[in-house]
Ligand binder design. Structure first.
Ligand SMILES: *[C@@H]1O[C@H](CO)[C@@H](O)[C@H](O)[C@H]1NC(C)=O
Length: 168
């Protein structure tokens, strides 16, 4: 399924696609989100986001989580599931932080049951956050960063788009 088709699906069923965000990006709050149908490792995903002047998304408010769940519900219908986002505990085991801010995750959380893993063998190699369906809801899981099967969500502030210099 092409990017355009996905974009239309998201626009029609989920989001108000306004001019504030670039084409193929959805607007929520003051941020623009891009849902990939490509697959990458967590680092590969972050490299792609950075090339788009963005970062792996922070799922840091209930409102944004609800929005992401709606979008993932549409994508799930296209068999596109399991999305890397910016949460990680790569620096200090067990200290989960958002890539965007480097700040510990404290306020809003959406961990799946039994996540993050308390089995140290698993916990040591599952340092990257992935959004996964459990029953009928979207939750965070701790996932192997080197797994190449992750789709991913990039994010950037609306302000970074509107204040960008016009080229050409
Ligand atoms: C922890 O996970 C490893 C790898 O899956 C497994 O071999 C081990 O039995 C688990 N340990 C416990 C205490 O469950």
């Amino acid at each position: 399924m092409g990017n355009l088709t996905l974009h239309l699906l998201l626009c029609v069923f989920v989001v108000i696609c306004t001019a504030k965000c670039p084409k193929d990006w959805a607007e929520v709050g003051n941020e623009c989100l891009m849902f990939s149908y490509d697959r990458q490792t967590w680092s590969g995903a972050q490299a792609f986001c950075r090339s788009q002047l963005s970062y792996l998304a922070s799922d840091d408010t209930a409102a944004k989580h609800t929005f992401i769940r709606q979008a993932l519900s549409v994508l799930d219908g296209a068999k596109i599931k399991d999305f890397f986002i910016g949460g990680n505990d790569r620096v200090f085991e067990g200290q989960w932080r958002w890539l965007e801010t480097g700040m510990p995750i404290t306020k809003f959380t959406a961990w799946a049951p039994n996540s993050p893993s308390t089995n140290m063998t698993l916990a040591m190699k599952q340092n990257c956050m992935m959004l996964t369906w459990v029953d009928n809801d979207v939750y965070w899981t701790d996932h192997d960063c080197s797994d190449r099967r992750g789709h991913f969500i990039c994010e950037k502030p609306v302000s970074s788009v509107t204040s960008a210099p016009v080229v050409g």
